[in-house]
Structure formats: structure tokens, C-alpha cells
Ligand binder design. Sequence first.
Ligand code: 3NM
Length: 222
Amino acid sequence: RYKSYDLEKNFGLNKAFLNTDIYGITGEEFSLGRTNIQIVEEMIKAGIKIIQYREKEKSKFEKYNECKAIRKLTKDSGVTFIVNDDVDIALAVKADGIHIGQEDIPIEEVKKITGNMIIGLSTHNIEQAKAAVEKGADYIGVGPIFNTTTKKNVEKSEGLKYLKWVSENIPIPYVAIGGIKESNILEVKRHGGKCFAMISEIVGSPNIVEKVKSIRRLLNTI
Ligand code: 3NM
């Protein structure tokens, strides 16, 4: 366990929101013609409890409008809503959290702006994971576990080996991400995965409710 971390201080907030198996993320280009909003509706129907809005192509205005609608859908169904990258949009729509990457404004600065909103940070190696804990991330992304073409210019990672290390050393919640599919998810679970983020595998599925059911059945076999 990573020593300098104050478990008491941060865990109160964390346990509830990441005590879940599947972390849903939007990705309209893989959504078979469905909109981000339609995808979120399907994810909610499927019983996904945490959903991140991730959209790299649209204008702020379009993103804001979609997030406003998604905020309503998630609020009405008790789903945690996280916005990727855009701190201003997260604040404007009163999202539950913000997710940032290594190339964004430093997490300590974001925390000053977002107060006690949940803050997640993408990490790709041990040093980044340790720094994330020290700087007060509420949870970290751990990836890419496998090759993925969904995220452009993603930093390389030792994947499963890095995940295993995190599972044994990092006290805050962590989400495995990158190339995770129904076909390899048990391998990820065997390397310490507890919460699994998938974009293409879920939004690219014609029947999200059935896909999630099938993944959950599989996860329950080990
Ligand atoms: N972040 P898919 S990998 C958004 O390693 C994202 O931090 C990653 O998409 C990271 O499930 C990734 O389609 C893409 O592979 C995940």
C-alpha cells in the first residue's frame, strides 16, 4: 500500500461511486449512428452506474447542450455523471465529477476550481499513479491495458502488469481502460481489475442492455 496516503480523508466519498463494475464512456463515432444522448439512455437502461461524457470533436456549445441533457438523465436515475476535460462545462451543468489527463491543467489547480467534485486522472505508469494519489485524485484511470485506436496519441503502458501493480499498491479506486472487450475482460479481472471502462465495446454494440448483461454474467464466473 502506498504509504503517504490518508485513506480516511478520501475514502468516504470514493467507496460509493466507484463500487461498480462497468464505467461507461461516450464515443459517438463508434455508436452505430446513435447520438451520445441515445447511448447514455441505453447505458442507464443497462444499469451502468457511472457515465463519462467524452467528446473530442464538437464545439463547446454542442458539448454543453449534450451535457445538460445527460445531467438530467443521470440525475433522474441516480447515475454518477463525469465530464471529460471541460472543467467549465462540468461546473455549468453541475456534473458529479471531472476527468482529466496528464496533458491537462495540473490536478491541483483543477481541484481549486472544482472544490469537492469528484476528480479522476488518467495514468499510464507507476510514477503517474503515485503522483495522482499525492495530489489528491479521487480515482485514477489505468491504461491502456491493451492496444486501442479509440484514443489518439495515448501514452504507452505496460498494461496488465501496470494494473496488477496498482491493484496491490494504490489505495484509491482505479478504473482499467484501453482495448477492454468482453473477450479479454476476465484477463483484466485476473490482473486486479475491479472497475472496467470500455468505449468501443459498449457504444459499438447494437444492443447495449444485452451486452452489459453478458459482460456481467462473465465477470461473475470468476
Ligand atoms: N483512455 P476503448 S485508453 C479514453 O489509457 C481512453 O488512458 C485510455 O477506448 C488510457 O475501450 C482510452 O474503445 C480509449 O479501447 C478506450
